[in-house]
Design a protein around this ligand. Structure first.
Ligand SMILES: Cc1cc2nc3c(=O)[nH]c(=O)nc-3n(C[C@H](O)[C@H](O)[C@H](O)COP(=O)(O)O)c2cc1C
Length: 274
């Protein structure tokens, strides 16, 4: 898969054709999920594809604005920031795989988890978000367009709002980020809850490290842990693009002493270039 093309191609679908996944598609996605189940700090998430049939009452999502959905991918994270970040990181890889296979997706953070009776949620665990998958028409419906318009879904913040020089705190330009400019651009294009784009990235050029911070943009989303998922999504876009461009590195969690605190931002994780 060319990850840059896939990231550019992906967008949330909210009108699905009421058909089941083709068995071959389901099988391919399931094997991808199994091969990609180990995430940050070696935490494993067992995602499942759950198909509901006509006899099951349909879950109303976004006040009925999402339509025709019957297939979901979901798993569990611990009820902690790091675990939800990892959930977003691993699930987004599945989303991009589905996009590559021409399967439509929509991340959903506000849903009724009791709908999934097939999953028993242990104490200290949660389903932080789900992804609807299925097929949809290339042409968007009026409703799809309307929702996209109300949340400004096609817009993204410019570089100067998102990426900075760690020491100077000045905006980072693609020219300065050089070989990492694609990686950051793909973070910029990532999906996020309500399109809030809570990621802020600070590049320390002497240590060759990118520090990822979270900016709380919406209290309701933050309380539901959705901004943590958003951060995980950003990490996966950064990593997949860097690796495709031949830039190796790894994720590390710096100790408090080793990373400066920055205004109202919360430190999440660091990409150490190698
Ligand atoms: C963690 C998360 C939760 C989301 N929850 C919902 C949701 O509950 N309902 C919905 O319609 N879209 C939801 N979205 C989709 C976003 O609104 C969408 O990604 C954003 O507006 C950008 O649009 P795009 O995905 O088409 O690029 C969610 C996205 C993420 C990443």
């Amino acid at each position: 898969m060319n990850i840059i093309e896939t990231i550019k191609k992906r967008k949330s679908s909210r009108t699905f054709n009421k058909v089941s996944l083709k068995p071959a598609d389901k099988r391919d996605l399931e094997s991808f999920i199994i091969e990609n189940s180990t995430g940050l700090e070696n935490e494993v998430v067992d995602f499942r594809i759950i198909e509901k049939n006509d006899a099951d009452k349909q879950m109303k999502l976004d006040y009925g604005m999402i339509k025709g959905h019957n297939t979901y991918i979901l798993g569990m994270s611990k009820s902690s920031i790091d675990s939800r970040v990892n959930y977003g990181y691993l699930m987004e890889k599945v989303v991009l795989k589905a996009t590559e296979m021409n399967i439509s997706t929509c991340w959903v953070g506000i849903f009724d988890s009791t709908y999934f009776k097939e999953v028993s949620i242990e104490d200290g665990f949660e389903i932080p978000g789900i992804v609807i998958i299925g097929y949809s028409e290339d042409r968007q419906t009026y409703q799809d367009k309307y929702i996209r318009f109300t949340i400004n879904a096609s817009k993204r913040h410019s570089w100067d709002k998102l990426f900075f020089n760690y020491k100077l705190k000045t905006p980072l330009t693609p020219e300065y980020a050089k070989k990492y400019s694609d990686s950051l651009e793909m973070v910029r294009l990532a999906p996020s809850s309500g399109n809030t784009q809570p990621w802020r990235v600070f590049f320390n050029d002497s240590a060759n490290e990118f520090h990822f911070f979270k900016k709380m943009k919406n209290k309701r989303y933050e309380l539901r842990g959705l901004h943590d998922i958003d951060m995980g999504i950003a990490l996966s876009h950064f990593e997949l693009t860097s690796l495709q461009n031949g830039l190796s590195g790894r994720w590390i969690k710096q100790t408090k002493e080793n990373v400066n605190s920055i205004e109202d931002l919360q430190y999440i994780m660091t990409w150490k270039c190698e």
